[in-house]
Design a protein around this ligand. Structure first.
Ligand SMILES: [Fe+2]
Ligand SMILES: [Fe+2]
Length: 328
């Protein structure tokens, strides 16, 4: 028997890989987690690096449109809440960069790609925030869409990513509530304030639906990510779920949904939105949005301005390692 298979037998290396692949497949099938030291297919690793680093960059760039209003928040309380929220986003970026680092890329490499304009981040953050009501609309719609997207990611098959998402989601729900509350107050204020809220919602509604990414048939990575249990639902499923959540909230706010073609489908019990402007989505993603240049420029300057902090921290760590006394 043995000699008949000898010629077709794979090399020891290939055999080992096949064994590892089987183990990987079994972990995925059993809904258990892949951890940093486990063997994983190269494409699984690279697609996670892409997804997690894009996600981290989005958190960091996403601080800018809101930070724009910290100094102009209408009260001390609003200012404190907004500062806390923007700081949370910095924290989300850090958890996610750390999760990506477990896959063999450095924080420096990721940051460099971002400031060189070679990495993507969520196109939503390339829009401006002209009024205070935009801060409400971002919290309600953008953080709301983020929650819809991210809750299923808490069960992502890659351990460090899933665990980071658990904490992030808890904080996102506070963000969503504070945005809703800003809009609620405005929508129940003077006619002028209500108009401010409506205009901001009109600006952010469609871009927030685009946050879920292209339609399923135009999303090449989706199917593979679902097979690997990184993603659990398709872009369109999540988008429609979000729309369904917004409908009663629009009513509570007393604001109008800008989608005039929105309809309820009795057969499936879901809300179906009108057509999205994918040309706009692609333009913003390709760097032609209202604030792309400004966002990257700001990030680049902040990175350069922070060089001395990174050097000082590294020097401090080096001295500690060598057991040198560090002056307080
Ligand atoms: Fe966040
Ligand atoms: Fe958030």
């Amino acid at each position: 028997m043995g000699h008949t298979t000898a010629h077709t037998q794979a090399s020891p290396d290939a055999q080992a890989t096949e064994h590892e692949q089987q183990r990987f497949d079994a972990i995925i099938a059993a809904d258990q987690r892949i951890e940093p030291r486990d063997w994983m297919p190269e494409q699984y690793r690279s697609s996670l690096i892409r997804q997690i680093s894009q996600h981290a960059h989005s958190e960091i760039i996403g601080m800018q449109p809101e930070a724009n209003w910290i100094s102009r928040a209408p009260s001390l309380k609003r200012k404190a809440i907004l500062i806390a929220k923007v700081q949370d986003e910095a924290g989300h970026g850090l958890y996610l960069y750390s999760a990506a680092q477990t896959l063999g890329i450095t924080r420096e490499e990721m940051t460099q790609k971002l400031i060189d304009g070679k990495a993507r981040y969520s196109s939503i953050f390339n829009y401006h925030t002209p009024t205070w009501a935009d801060i409400g609309a971002i919290g309600w719609l953008v953080d709301g869409a983020a929650i819809c997207n991210q809750v299923p990611l808490c069960r992502a098959s890659y351990g460090p990513y899933g665990r980071a998402m658990v904490r992030i989601c808890k904080e996102e729900s506070f963000h969503q509530r504070q945005g809703f509350e800003i809009l609620y107050e405005l929508a129940h204020g003077t006619a002028e304030q209500k108009q401010l809220a409506q205009d901001a919602v009109d600006r952010w509604y469609w871009p927030s639906l685009m946050m879920f990414g292209p339609s399923d048939d135009a999303s090449p990575n989706s199917a593979r990510s679902m097979a690997w249990k990184i993603k659990r639902f398709s872009n369109d499923e999540l988008r429609q779920r979000f729309v369904g959540m917004c409908v009663p909230q629009f009513e509570a706010l007393g604001l109008e949904c800008p989608d005039k073609d929105l309809r309820f489908d009795e057969a499936t019990g879901t809300w179906i939105s009108g057509p999205l402007d994918w040309d706009e989505f692609r333009a913003v993603l390709d760097g032609r949005g209202p604030a792309n240049t400004e966002r990257l420029e700001h990030r680049r300057t902040a990175h350069e301005d922070g060089a001395w902090v990174r050097e000082a921290a590294a020097e401090y760590a080096r001295k500690q390692r060598r057991g040198e006394r560090v002056a307080a």
